[in-house]
Write a protein that binds this ligand. Structure first.
Ligand SMILES: *Cc1c(COP(=O)(O)O)cnc(C)c1O
Length: 349
């Protein structure tokens, strides 16, 4: 088989959810963010595992993702749409019982006019300047809107992964200013915000990356491993080069393994001549450029060439690989390619 195997540990994801849930008080609900196909890991399997672990509320980016998630979960769990109520979404929001987080006066008007009485939340902009109703707009509409009964007021932190960043306190202050006295349920913290402590927790937390084993949830159990099959090996002589651009030159007689997996599978080209793959606990340097479907690895030092090498696993996390590639774990996860064979691990209940 010339496709790599991505193993997804659903028990680890469930355990990470429970661990993040325990970091806030029992009165604080813990949701699960499963946007972008559950950060590339497969929304149907991941969301069902999280529902079994106790998650009752899920966040996705758009209504289409909400539709797919509703199909996987069935009726019951609440599905919130972070981009709110966009033109063309009304029927899906109604029929599949999705809860849009309204981001602008335009969305508020659209929602209240097209689906009066249908549940909604409001996302407030407390300083990130990305999504949400701004302070002055909110002051104008809050008196009317609070009567329409939003089921959640939420906002999002720009720098939660940097605990000492002054933006955290500034956003917290703005969120209090905008929401104190409304008596409505509030949500402020994603993974990073949970770790900032109870002042950031409010009524509902919304962890995403920490469920999947990524920073800043340093205590997380790794949830993915990725093993790339060896297609071919060859001996190269000193002075011979490997791959596009002849960017790596053998200094001694070397054995080079060609593995299935390239930038089309989400292995960034910036890993060229940088990353390591692993045969158990033995590192093997990636040599030459990452190409579309293949990478080349120096296995000269291995006693025998294995059938596959790991690029994600116990010795190399998504964040380790992201550091090598000059990106973040989120991008490694959400780039995991559609060609991989996804294998799910879950202990029978
Ligand atoms: C993606 C996202 C989350 C989850 O963030 P993590 O850092 O992955 O925990 C929560 N809330 C909003 C608004 C988001 O966009």
């Amino acid at each position: 088989m010339a496709t790599a195997t991505l193993t997804i540990d659903l028990d680890a994801i469930a355990a990470n959810w429970r661990a993040l849930d325990r970091l806030s008080a029992a009165s604080v609900q813990t949701a699960a963010v499963v946007k972008a196909d559950a950060y590339g890991l497969g929304v149907a399997r991941v969301a069902r595992a999280l529902a079994r672990a106790g998650a009752r509320r899920f966040f996705v980016a758009c209504a289409e993702e909400g539709a797919e998630l509703r199909q996987a979960l069935g009726p019951g769990p609440q599905i919130s749409i972070l981009t709110g109520h966009m033109p063309g979404d009304t029927e899906m929001i109604h029929d599949l019982d999705l809860t849009p987080m309204l981001n602008s006066l335009e969305q508020i008007t659209r929602h209240l006019e097209s689906l009066p009485g249908h549940p909604f939340g409001v996302q407030l902009d407390t300083g990130m300047n990305r999504l949400g109703v701004e302070m002055l707009e909110w002051q104008a509409v809050a008196p009317i809107l609070v009567d329409a009964g939003p089921e959640l007021l939420m906002s999002h932190l720009a720098c939660a992964d940097e605990p000492d960043h002054p933006a955290n306190e500034a956003q917290l202050k703005a969120f209090h200013e905008m929401t104190d006295g409304t008596g409505l349920p509030r949500s402020f913290a994603a993974t990073g915000g949970i770790l900032l402590g109870p002042r950031y927790h409010f009524d509902l937390t919304r962890p995403g990356v920490g469920l999947y084993g990524g920073r800043p949830h340093e205590a997380a159990i790794p949830a993915v491993s990725l093993s790339l099959p060896v297609i071919q090996t060859r001996e190269v002589e000193p002075g011979e080069t490997v791959g596009y651009g002849c960017s790596w030159t053998a200094e001694k007689p070397s054995i080079i393994a060609t593995l299935a997996g390239g930038y089309a599978d989400g292995l960034p080209r910036t890993l060229s001549n940088k990353a390591r793959l692993w045969d158990g606990d033995t590192p093997c340097p990636l040599v030459g450029r990452v190409s579309m479907d293949l990478i080349t690895v120096d296995v000269t030092h291995l006693p025998e060439v294995p059938r596959s090498l790991d690029i994600l696993g116990p010795n190399q996390s998504v964040d380790d690989l992201a550091d090598e590639a000059g990106t973040i774990g989120y991008e490694i996860l959400t780039s995991l390619g559609p060609r991989y064979t996804r294998r799910y691990q879950e202990r029978p209940a």
